[in-house]
Design a protein around this ligand. Structure first.
Ligand SMILES: Nc1ncnc2c1ncn2[C@@H]1O[C@H](COP(=O)(O)OP(=O)(O)OP(=O)(O)O)[C@@H](O)[C@H]1O
Ligand SMILES: O=C(O)c1ccc[n+]([C@@H]2O[C@H](COP(=O)([O-])O)[C@@H](O)[C@H]2O)c1
Length: 189
């Protein structure tokens, strides 16, 4: 599952868990972006990577990859999948995306080559219609998952306003955000 995870929240974790169950996956690899070229004002990749490690640590089937964090330049999924394929040549790869991300896939770099490396699984997300968005069902499967109306944008805004994010993100991530002063008015200046 690729994401900017700024911060990782329970919507991500539920989606990953449901896909793993429905598709019988051995492992879900969370891949925090290095430089997400379609997003602005993103937190340092090391903070996002460490929050993802904290959030997934208790699940034996969840792991975190540094491939995108460690690659210089903008993050493109075609590079992510190529690197993962090289690291795990015998693995069958699936790429998990929310309904909003799938709507954007046609704008991604080298979109026609994405299907060479992985089958995509698009999960439902409150506020977004789950559809193939013009993509082939040979390449993309759709899955309804329990609806959690949580976004990283809303979590960041809540912290900036002094509102709690307990129960929206894992407890360790709440503590990491506080310890490093992420998302406060000061941090975003
Ligand atoms: N609540 C959710 N339910 C299902 N899928 C989600 C949910 N939140 C995010 N996703 C999916 O997880 C992937 C990574 O999401 P991302 O890290 O951009 O989080 P986000 O909450 O969308 O962030 P932001 O609000 O900053 O755009 C994307 O494919 C996104 O569609
Ligand atoms: O490859 C691209 O051009 C591309 C453009 C935008 C997003 N993505 C990927 O989509 C995933 C979700 O991204 P984000 O920024 O919405 O969390 C993440 O793995 C990104 O690397 C990929």
């Amino acid at each position: 599952m690729g994401g900017t995870f700024d911060p990782i929240h329970h919507g991500h974790l539920v989606a990953a868990s449901e896909v793993a169950q429905s598709f019988g996956l051995d492992e879900v690899l969370f891949v925090p972006t290095g430089q997400p070229w379609q997003k602005q004002n993103v937190s340092a990749s090391e903070h996002r990577y460490l929050m993802t490690v904290i959030a997934t640590a208790s699940n034996p089937r969840f792991t975190v990859s540094r491939v995108d964090v460690d690659r210089a330049g903008p993050t493109y999924t075609v590079d992510t999948l190529r690197d993962l394929h090289e690291q795990h040549p015998d693995a069958e790869l699936f790429f998990i995306s929310g309904a909003d991300a799938v709507e954007q896939i046609l704008s991604w770099k080298d979109v026609d080559h994405l299907w060479d490396y992985a089958h995509f699984i698009a999960v439902s997300r409150p506020g977004h219609e789950l559809s193939l968005s013009g993509l082939s069902e040979e390449h993309v499967s759709l899955l309804e998952v329990p609806a959690l109306a949580i976004s990283s944008t809303d979590c960041r805004a809540r912290v900036a306003r002094g509102y709690p994010v307990w129960y929206l993100v894992p407890d360790g991530v709440v503590q990491y955000i506080a310890k490093h002063g992420l998302y406060t008015e000061e941090a975003t200046k």
